[in-house]
Design a protein around this ligand. Structure first.
Ligand code: PLP
Length: 458
């Protein structure tokens, strides 16, 4: 079969795309005037566009392609599965071998107190599942009034109605009157942007205690759960101060509130551990997962469920009226299993924890010396650079928030590296298979891009 990219030249594809395609998180009118970029191939950490340019994928697609692009092992596993059983559902007392094997594998990889998984197709669906699970759990435990879920401002939990509501993205809330009732937000642990005169450690405690204030305002007997990403990804790679998570953990335990650690980005090796919760010593009751579970080869997500929640959900729960046609899709489960097999056989967790992680972190953090950079931070292979107009003064921001970030992102693309801009910070989250030479090139291209951005601003 001929690839579409071989039939149409770039301009025709752009014109057809403009005529028919509504892009996610995009001003489609503006895009159609500019013309979209067309990616036609990818291998390892490299993308190729329709004009033959090679660009380093510094974002692992959308934080998901852990094992790199173009792995034949995954394609072969999916082909084999599709030839045997391309689809069957997991409703009505039915299952199939790949979903059984994947559930067992995830129970092995998850923290010891998490032995069950509910499958879906994305991170957003996982968080919709969380929404329904926590309310159902408390109802079965005799506390049906525990309904409110607390999220964080600038957190991201997906784009469905529940995902948008649980997340704290104000621009998303403004479209369509979100959040839905029963969701509350507290401040994020963003010391660089919001820490004022406090030390990072002071701020960590201060912002964790906003949770106490919220619980007291809402009423402890009404709060079902707190949801948070171990490190906020889409919010700008916000790495919490060291004091933050221990204090949040203490508060949630004391108040008998479920903790949902959204592992959609931090899971599957991004921080050099199987899950971000492991990195920070968290003990969540529920963990939404997606992205790195299949390295994005096919859409699959899920919610890992603790033994505690299973008591309400399974032992006392009766029928849970929730599920998706593609819950545990056999081909997606096969892709996830093949992906996890690669991660294990190539020891990608160890590689990120002890080798490429520290190697890239050291070089990335050194970019903090650049005159345009207020802070360069990274954990595992997840990093951010804060662009500032006045080095040394965190309180001063660029006049039009986001414009310098966007300029820097576009220059980076021209220089051959995909970075993402969040406000005026630059984000990277490359595939976990990044080599040392590629890490050097990533840092050199970032430096070149920072210089070019700095010169544009002069
Ligand atoms: N949760 C987190 C932490 C995410 O970063 C994302 C997506 O970026 C989601 C949930 C939503 O996942 P999806 O886009 O697969 O629906």
């Amino acid at each position: 079969m001929t690839a579409v990219s071989n039939i149409y030249p770039t301009a025709s594809l752009q014109a057809i795309d403009a005529a028919h395609h509504i892009h996610p998180f995009t001003d489609t009118k503006e895009l159609n005037e500019e013309g979209t970029r067309i990616i036609t191939r990818a291998d390892g950490v490299w993308l190729t566009d329709s004009d033959g340019n090679r660009i380093m994928d510094g974002m692992a697609g959308l934080w998901c392609v852990q094992v790199g692009h173009g792995r034949p092992e995954i394609a072969d596993a999916v082909h084999k599965q599709m030839s045997e059983l391309s689809y069957y559902n997991t409703f009505f007392k039915t299952t199939h071998p790949p979903v059984v094997a994947l559930a067992e594998k995830l129970a092995q990889l998850a923290p010891p107190h998490m032995n069950h998984v509910f499958f879906c197709s994305s991170g957003s669906e996982a968080n919709d599942t969380v929404f329904r699970m926590v309310r159902h759990y408390w109802a079965q435990m005799g506390k049906p009034e525990k309904q409110v879920i607390i999220g964080r401002w600038n957190g991201y939990h997906g784009s469905t109605v529940a995902g948008t509501s649980l997340g704290g993205m104000k621009a998303m809330h403004e479209q369509g009157n979100m959040p839905i009732p029963g969701v509350h937000h507290v401040d994020q642990p963003y010391w660089f942007g919001e820490g004022g005169d406090m030390s990072s450690d002071e701020f960590g405690i201060h912002v964790a205690r906003k949770l106490v204030q919220a619980i007291d305002e809402i009423g402890e007997d009404k709060v079902a759960a707190f949801i948070a990403e171990p490190i906020q990804g889409a919010g700008g790679v916000i790495i919490p101060p060291e004091t933050y998570w221990p204090e949040v953990k203490r508060i949630l335990k004391e108040r008998d509130i479920l903790f949902v650690a959204d592992e959609v980005i931090c899971g599957f090796g991004r921080l050099g551990t199987w899950f971000g919760s492991e990195y920070f010593g968290l003990e969540p009751d529920l963990m939404p997962i997606a992205k790195g579970l299949s390295s994005g080869y096919l859409p699959i997500g899920g919610v890992l469920v603790s033994d505690r929640v299973c008591e309400g959900l399974i032992d006392k729960g009766g029928e849970f009226y929730h599920g998706y046609t593609y819950s545990g899709h056999p081909a997606c489960a096969a892709a996830a299993l093949a992906n996890l097999e690669i991660m294990e056989s190539e020891n990608l967790i160890g590689y990120v924890a002890d080798d490429i992680g520290p190697y890239l972190q050291q070089r990335w953090k050194a970019l903090g010396d650049h005159p345009l950079v207020g802070e360069a931070r990274m954990v595992g292979l997840m990093g951010a650079i804060e662009l500032v107009p006045n080095k040394g003064d965190r309180s001063v921001k660029f006049a039009h928030e986001g414009s310098v970030g966007t300029m820097c992102r576009d220059l980076s693309f021209q220089n051959g590296l995909v970075m993402r801009a969040v406000r005026d910070s630059m984000i990277i989250s490359p595939p976990l298979v990044l080599s040392h030479e590629e890490a050097d090139l990533l840092v050199a291209t970032t430096k070149k891009t920072l210089d070019a951005t700095y010169n544009e601003l002069k």
